[in-house]
Design a protein around this ligand. Structure first.
Ligand SMILES: [Zn+2]
Length: 504
């Protein structure tokens, strides 16, 4: 173990240990240490093990099994309401930043169940806040829900994270629809959170339960990152996340990666000077700056690595040919399909910024540059995947379980949260789920089928069982935190994450 890791894990274990009912455990008091030889063998090149064998997690004892069975009863009693909420969301879809009724319904349910609920987020980054205000009238994220149940002790904090935004339809007539199954997320998270809090209360178990709605996943900027940066998740020990269901349940390899591609998005506001079209020499045309900008980006393509995708849209411009444009806005995205390309992506963004400044100068304009969205690598946790696998096998349909490993992607799509707060994306296993396209009507319709209803309850049970184990076993929780420190160190060393992604 390197000195740096030792220091890091000592601090983490100490801080966490103090927080946890006053029990202090030493740095080496973890299952990681118990299985040092096995894990060292799985480790290569300083890279922490990418698969944790399920057998390394100690067997559930009788007392825990009894508690888990009680939790199942509570979830089963609550199941009709969980299903009702998901069906209601399916029939009342709202797109990102406008999910007001969905937020009110889910927040209201949590309030009714004894959670302390607040809406909106304070302390958001100003640049980010200005972009969501300008585009969606959503400064302060009014549809965000932060619900807390404070139990016997403050820690550990188990946080169920969910989205509620529907997809924007390809045609205006069609309206929003739940083709990404986000209607299942809130009901699952609320179902697990409410039931788990009830169990803690009934059985006098320490710990707190949070449920957090993060708005508008389908539309950048990524609000989970912004909320994490504003401190919403500070204090969270483990986060759970779910995202509907598909034909197979797979666990992922541990490591650093992302669900989709690395993205950096920025707004370029070109400001010129208006003038009568017939006296255009008196003006400074922002459309000229914009045209030069797009041409220069085309030139840069030739000198960019093939894994780059550069995409732009003119989002604001004038519409009068006889008036020189004094304002044009371009929304530009750089995408890198290479997961190890985070540094290269940042370099590409700097090149585009330089182009923007250059063309602004050439067209006698000023330019404001706002980088407003980043999708970076996150951490996928091996120990949490192993624990999930134990309970997917317990609750899932065997035919729907695949032992093939998925790629690491972290519990959230945008990187930052999963680097800072350990968590897992839980996937249920429902046999006979048809293979349909993502973001489709068929995918939405699956959620209100009998299989969709089973998936809701199964996911809540898997999450509840995992939460129970982590709350009852501080050593397991310490092991997950040790893994977090190891992946952070490895990620920094290999350039998969950058120092500024680690929340101090
Ligand atoms: Zn989605």
């Amino acid at each position: 173990m390197s000195k740096r890791i030792l220091i890091l894990t000592t601090i983490i274990s100490l801080v966490f240990g103090l927080a946890f009912s006053g029990i202090i455990f030493a740095a080496d008091d973890s299952y990681w240490q118990d299985h040092k030889e096995v894990l060292d063998e799985l480790q290569s090149d300083g890279k922490p093990p990418t698969v944790i064998p399920v057998e390394l997690i100690p067997q559930e004892d009788e007392a825990t099994t009894a508690l888990r069975e009680r939790l199942n009863e509570i979830i089963d009693e609550y199941a009709p309401r969980i299903i009702e909420m998901s069906d209601w969301l399916y029939h009342n879809p709202e797109s990102g930043y406008y999910e007001y009724n969905s937020s009110k319904m889910l927040g209201g349910e949590l309030e009714k169940q004894g959670f302390e609920v607040t809406y909106g987020v304070e302390g958001l980054d100003e640049g980010y806040n200005s972009v969501i205000e300008e585009r969606f009238d959503a400064a302060g994220l009014p549809t965000a829900v932060i619900a807390k149940y404070k139990g016997k002790t403050e820690h550990p904090v188990i946080c169920f994270v969910f989205e509620a935004d529907a997809l924007r339809a390809p045609t205006r007539e069609k309206g929003a629809f739940h083709g990404c199954q986000h209607n299942m997320q809130g009901p699952t998270a609320v179902g697990a959170a409410v039931s788990f809090a009830k169990l803690l209360e009934e059985k006098n178990i320490p710990g707190s339960v949070w449920a957090v709605l993060t708005p508008a996943e389908e539309i950048p900027p990524p609000d989970k990152s912004a909320m994490a940066k504003a401190g919403v998740f500070d204090g969270v020990d483990i986060a759970f996340f779910s995202h509907g269901f598909g034909p197979t349940s797979k666990r992922n390899e541990a490591g650093l990666g992302n669900c989709c591609y690395l993205i950096d998005a920025a707004l370029y506001d070109f400001h010129g000077k208006t003038a009568h079209g017939s006296r255009a020499w008196k003006g400074a045309d922002s459309l000229d700056a914009a045209r030069l900008f797009l041409t220069a980006i085309d030139m840069l393509r030739e000198h960019s690595e093939p894994e780059f995708r550069m995409m732009s849209a003119i989002t604001k411009t004038g519409n009068a040919p006889n008036v020189v444009d004094d304002y044009v806005q371009i929304d530009h995205w750089n995408r890198n399909t290479d997961p190890a390309g985070q540094a290269a992506l940042q370099h590409k963004a700097e090149q585009i910024d330089q182009i923007a400044r250059g063309v602004a100068m050439a067209a006698f304009n000023e330019v404001d540059i706002r980088h407003y969205a980043y999708y970076y690598n996150g951490i996928e946790y091996g120990w949490l995947n192993a624990l999930m696998w134990e309970y997917v096998h317990e609750y899932g349909d065997p035919e729907a379980i695949s032992e093939e490993l998925g790629k690491p992607s972290g519990w959230a799509e945008c990187g930052y949260p999963s680097v800072n707060f350990p968590g897992i994306h839980v996937k249920p296993a429902i046999a006979g789920t048809p293979e349909v396209a993502g973001h489709s009507d068929e995918n939405a319709d699956l959620t209100i089928s009998e299989k969709g209803h089973r998936a809701l309850v199964q996911t809540a049970k898997i999450e509840g069982a995992m939460a129970l184990r982590l709350v009852l076993d501080p050593k397991l929780l310490a092991t997950v935190k040790e893994e977090q420190a190891r992946w952070q160190e490895y990620g920094l060393e290999k350039g998969l994450i950058t120092e500024d992604m680690i929340r101090k």
